[in-house]
Design a binder for this molecule. Structure first.
Ligand SMILES: Nc1ncnc2c1ncn2[C@@H]1O[C@H](COP(=O)(O)OP(=O)(O)OP(=O)(O)O)[C@@H](O)[C@H]1O
Ligand SMILES: [Mg+2]
Length: 326
């Protein structure tokens, strides 16, 4: 399951610190919490830590904590014995055991229910698991990496994440900045994504012209590296010659607020009233974010930090229609 994708280290002071942290912690057995907005590269960093660690010859097993049902949590993580519950027709090895001597990557850790957090904490403290329906404890030797795109401290304050589990996990913290706050790294990511897209799409794009590059640097990238990578792949595909020009870039980048902003970064009134401008600005932000997430409503509401129901209401008010797979 280890990603074979190349890790681009970047050149900004932040990128240098991040790469030092990755290499430093990779050599240890410390549990790591990686935090960062969606698409900033949390999973990629987790894979890179594993690949640089003494456990590299073993597996890194990823667990999407948000998608494991409340009921099946124990069985998925710790395994079960045949006949232990209806539907358990044969023995099952859990993800903890699969990751033995390797790394267990717990993605979206704050999505775990409070009850399952307690079960996880127990397993981490004891480094032993017991299969559902099993009698004996099995010792496991795993290195744990957890990721979250929400603020764990807020989740603790709200009482939805256990503080004891947080301290158990937080032996080392890596916080990945959003792409808009590390713009110096954009050119090196672009070069590498072009190279990757050339190989995948059998193209021979060699560069990006200045105007196109400036546009990509100015864009706020709500979907972070994932969005930049998608934009580059698409641009490489449509490029007719060896350089990516503005025409190759998706039109939605032009909808960016930038075109309507004054020098100080605020939207210009242009003779309109405040309410009109705010309304238009909100519509633009929602549309841009929807396009950057490919109309994934969960991710869009996460990025906008509003409830999904509020997003629906706003989309309706602005006449924005949901589209599939754009
Ligand atoms: N340093 C990097 N070098 C090259 N590619 C990267 C790097 N960081 C991220 N990427 C690419 O960006 C995309 C998003 O990365 P990843 O899936 O790791 O993000 P994430 O933070 O886990 O996102 P999410 O919160 O949505 O799960 C992937 O295609 C990944 O390969
Ligand atoms: Mg991820």
């Amino acid at each position: 399951m280890t990603s074979t994708k190349k890790y681009i280290w970047g050149t900004s002071p932040f990128a240098k610190r991040l790469s030092e942290e990755i290499k430093l912690v990779a050599n240890t057995n410390l549990t790591v919490i990686i935090s960062g907005e969606s698409g900033t590269g949390k999973e990629h960093v987790a894979n890179t830590i594993h690949r640089h660690s003494p456990r590299q010859s073993k597996q890194i097993v990823a667990v999407d904590c948000g998608s494991i049902s409340e009921k099946l949590f124990e069985s998925e993580l710790f395994g079960h014995e045949a006949g232990s519950f209806t539907g358990a027709t044969r023995d099952k090895t859990g993800l903890f055991e699969l990751a033995n001597h390797g790394t267990l990557f717990l993605d979206e850790i704050t999505n775990l229910s409070y009850a399952n957090q307690a079960k996880l904490l127990r397993a981490l403290q004891e480094r032993k698991i017991r299969k559902v329906g099993g009698k004996k404890s099995i010792e496991v030797d795993i290195r744990l990496i957890a990721a979250t795109n929400s603020n764990i401290r807020n989740a603790i304050a709200k009482g939805i994440f256990r503080e004891d589990l947080y301290h158990r996990l937080n032996e080392f913290n890596i916080d990945i900045r959003p792409l808009r706050n590390r713009k110096d790294d954009i050119p090196s990511f672009i070069d590498s994504f072009i190279e990757e897209a050339n190989a995948d799409l059998f193209k021979n794009v060699k560069s990006i012209d200045k105007k196109a590059l400036d546009k990509l640097i100015a864009f706020p990238w709500p979907g972070n590296l994932r969005e930049l990578r998608n934009v580059i792949r698409r641009s490489v595909l449509v490029a007719r010659n060896e350089s990516i020009t503005q025409e190759c870039l998706p039109a939605y980048l032009d909808l960016s607020l930038k075109s309507e902003n004054g020098k100080n970064g605020y939207p210009l009134l242009n003779g309109k009233g405040l309410e009109d401008v705010l309304h238009k600005t909100e519509k633009n932000i929602i549309e841009n974010t929807l396009q950057s997430t490919h109309y994934d409503l969960d991710r869009t509401s996460d990025l906008l930090k509003i409830h999904k129901r509020t997003l629906y209401k706003k989309m309706k008010r602005h006449g924005i229609r949901w589209q599939r797979n754009t």
